[in-house]
Ligand binder design. Structure first.
Ligand code: AMP
Ligand code: GLY
Length: 427
């Protein structure tokens, strides 16, 4: 079968790497892809906003499955256009992608379906938002409703900061994303990510991960798209995973179907493990980046089979995903300047990755035949091990062999889990 993968970052490189291993995959195409993905796929120059051009490509190349990596084309309805043309697609419809596209939509679903989440108010009027602050303690969380490239969340420590955030959002500081805001209680606890595949009816767990959003060691400095991740997140014990499935994931799938907008694809739940139990922070309608990189390293078996079964509504008749017991950890090498304005065009030289490790490309380009940086997050040095501590050592061993003088990485990816493992060894 021919497959078309949409996207061109580290998440898509990990997907391409795993898709290309499937015996069911004849030719893998990627649009736009990147120089790393070019090892697994034929790169295609397609404008993802031009849905008719994507369909024309699928028809001309006998595409049997489209895998959508990023959220923007999903929220823009690309899955609907492809499905209407009879092309199986892994990714939710425009209506279902509102789970990521509108924070207020997700919060309303939570209330209706009894899903634990922070108490909130949703409003499209600045005066109402200001007035609502009186009902919240501090810190308080202010969110722009729409997609804001991970930047639409402000944790305000003071009332002044909260009012400034609200004024900024309604004043267009986040573009259209801030036309509505959600104000919610600040939750405390450890954060973890949980993934599930669903075809709208059946739902299966697809592993857990933790990422590191802050740019600096010790989780300091500004937020980023993620400086590294590891899987599994053992803080999600089997008991907690069962609660997440029962209290959060399944009611979401049922609630979406009941609204007439069944969700098909991957559900990526950002969770807060509060003293009262796991609560939903937010949903994403795609795999995480760089969480996907560690999930793909751990996934046994055939990714094409799973994604196609999801796309075709056959998940209930398909053997569920199996994750290796091994841990995987990825370290992001970012360009100097990230998450502000990253330096582009810095030279990169790559070592060969040993078995059980991979260097996924996030933001690279070829310039006169040589590999250079072309984005904020540039490479993901990824490795496995029998513990997170071992995977961490292997990933940093690999990262340190990469020649990238124009970049940097955090030195402590996985620290929470490494500390837990050390405690267990001492005990
Ligand atoms: P998001 O962009 O929605 O993933 O939010 C970014 C980060 O803000 C999350 O990863 C959390 O660390 C934090 N956050 C969001 N909502 C809350 C909340 N209600 N309580 C505490 N932290 C939150
Ligand atoms: N690493 C977080 C995300 O993909 O949203």
């Amino acid at each position: 079968m021919n497959i078309l993968l949409l996207g061109g970052g580290g998440r898509e490189h990990a997907l391409a790497w795993k898709l290309a291993q499937s015996p069911r995959c004849t030719t893998l195409y990627a649009a736009p892809g990147n120089p790393g993905i070019a090892h697994q796929a034929r790169l295609v120059d397609l404008d993802l906003a031009d849905h008719q051009a994507v369909i024309a490509f699928c028809d001309a190349h006998d595409i049997g499955l489209v895998v959508v990596g990023p959220e923007a084309p999903l929220v823009d309805g690309i899955a609907d256009t492809l499905r209407a043309d009879g092309i199986p697609v892994f990714g939710p419809s425009k209506a279902a992608a509102q789970l990521e596209g509108s924070k207020g939509y997700t919060k309303d679903l939570c209330i209706k379906a009894g899903i634990p989440t922070a108490r909130y108010v949703r409003t499209a009027r600045q005066a109402d938002a200001m007035a609502a602050l009186a009902d919240f303690g501090l810190p308080v969380v202010i969110k722009a409703d729409g997609l804001a490239a991970g930047k639409g969340v402000v944790i305000a420590e003071t009332r002044d900061e909260a009012e400034a955030a609200i004024a900024d959002m309604f004043g267009g500081g986040f573009g259209g994303a801030g036309a509505e805001v959600v104000i919610e209680d600040f939750m405390t606890g450890e954060e973890a990510s949980f993934f599930a595949l669903t075809d709208g009816v059946s739902v299966v767990p697809f592993g857990s991960a933790q990422d590191h959003k802050r740019v600096g060691d010790g989780d300091t400095g500004p937020n980023t798209g993620g400086m590294g991740a590891y899987s599994p997140a053992t803080v999600l014990t089997p008991e907690l995973r069962a609660r997440v499935m029962d209290e959060i994931i399944r009611p979401t799938v049922t609630g979406m179907a009941a609204r007439g907008t069944p969700y098909s694809g991957v559900l990526f739940a950002g969770l807060m493990l509060t003293p009262e139990g796991p609560k939903l922070i937010e949903y994403n309608c795609r795999f995480g980046d760089p969480e996907c990189q560690v999930l793909m390293m751990r996934l046994e078996g055939d990714l094409v089979e799973l994604l196609l079964a999801t796309a075709e509504g056959r998940l209930g008749d398909t053997p569920p995903p199996v994750m290796r017991r091994q841990a995987a950890l990825t370290v992001v090498l970012a360009a100097n300047g990230y998450p502000g304005t990253p330096e582009k065009g810095s030279p990169i030289s790559l070592p060969l990755a040993a078995d059980g490790s991979m260097i996924f490309h996030s933001g690279t380009a070829l310039k006169d035949g040589a590999l250079v940086s072309s984005g904020g997050r540039v490479l993901c040095a990824t490795a496995t091990g029998s513990t997170v501590t071992q995977a961490q050592a292997a990933a940093y061993g690999l990262a340190d062999k990469i020649g990238f003088p124009g970049g940097f990485c955090r030195r402590d990816i996985g620290w929470r889990e490494v500390a837990r493992e050390a405690e267990k060894t001492e005990a």
